[in-house]
Design a protein around this ligand. Structure first.
Ligand SMILES: [Zn+2]
Length: 245
């Protein structure tokens, strides 16, 4: 069993401290001090920093955390291949998910007896959205998103930024009148008004309401007038609209 602590860092980043039996790893420390404060109050020792990609807002705390705690720093590579990384009690599957950046990966902790799986998606998949495609093609990004969409439906999704409200405000412009998407927008508005965090989501909720994951959905394709297009073309069109939103 492990716990996931969600920390708000920088302007709108999420940093995660995953703890089990006094040991911890941190994912995407945009800055060090909130992580150090969290470790101090829990008493857990930091084994490693894992980064979903090399952008500064996901790695800014690495140097200080390494210096202050002696932890390992594990940066992703650009192979795009899936692999295992074992750190203390944690066995992560590292999913190669290039698209937002060439080195983008997601960290997956599979389901165990009393706990659903967890996936840490960085800037690849957001609640209701996905990252901008800075490198690689929309086809590559679509393939990366598909890799996440086929994880077990109850997998909890911990993403790299809180863009949830904006993502659902965008989604209803693409597909007005979809009741499931409108319900998610209402929920995002409520959470924003309370100043609450919007993670975790689940793979099931993202498959149902994330317009970027629904490129194969006949209803969405009809609304866009793209019944004959490939899924990757539908994804690319939705991404283009979001870039201009
Ligand atoms: Zn990024």
């Amino acid at each position: 069993m492990h716990t996931v602590l969600t920390l708000g860092t920088l302007a709108d980043n999420y940093t995660y401290v995953v703890e089990s039996q006094g040991e911890a790893v941190v994912i995407d420390p945009g800055e060090a001090s909130p992580v150090l404060r969290t470790l101090e109050s829990s008493g857990a020792s930091l084994l490693a920093v894992l980064c979903t990609h090399g952008h500064f807002d996901h790695t800014g705390g690495n140097e200080e955390l390494s210096r202050r705690t002696g932890c390992e720093v594990l940066l992703p590579d650009t192979s795009g291949a899936d692999r295992m990384v074992a750190v203390g009690p944690f066995e992560f599957t590292v999913l190669g998910t290039p698209g937002h950046s060439a080195d983008s990966v997601c960290f997956y902790l599979p389901k165990t007896d009393g706990q659903p799986g967890d996936v840490f998606t960085g800037d690849t998949l957001f609640c209701g959205g996905c990252g901008r495609v800075f490198t690689r093609s929309p086809e590559a990004m679509w393939a990366s998103l598909r890799k996440l969409a086929v994880l077990p439906p109850d997998t909890r999704v911990f993403c790299g930024h809180d863009y949830t409200l904006e993502n659902y405000e965008f989604a209803v412009t693409v597909e007005p009148g979809n009741p499931v998407v409108e319900a998610r927008l209402e929920e995002a508005r409520r959470l924003a008004a309370d100043g609450s965090i919007t993670v975790p989501s689940t793979i099931a909720a993202e498959r149902d309401t994330n317009v970027f994951l629904r490129a194969g959905d006949p209803k969405l394709r009809r609304v866009l007038g793209m019944e004959q297009a490939t899924d990757a073309e539908v994804f690319a069109e939705v991404r283009r609209r979001k870039d201009r939103f």
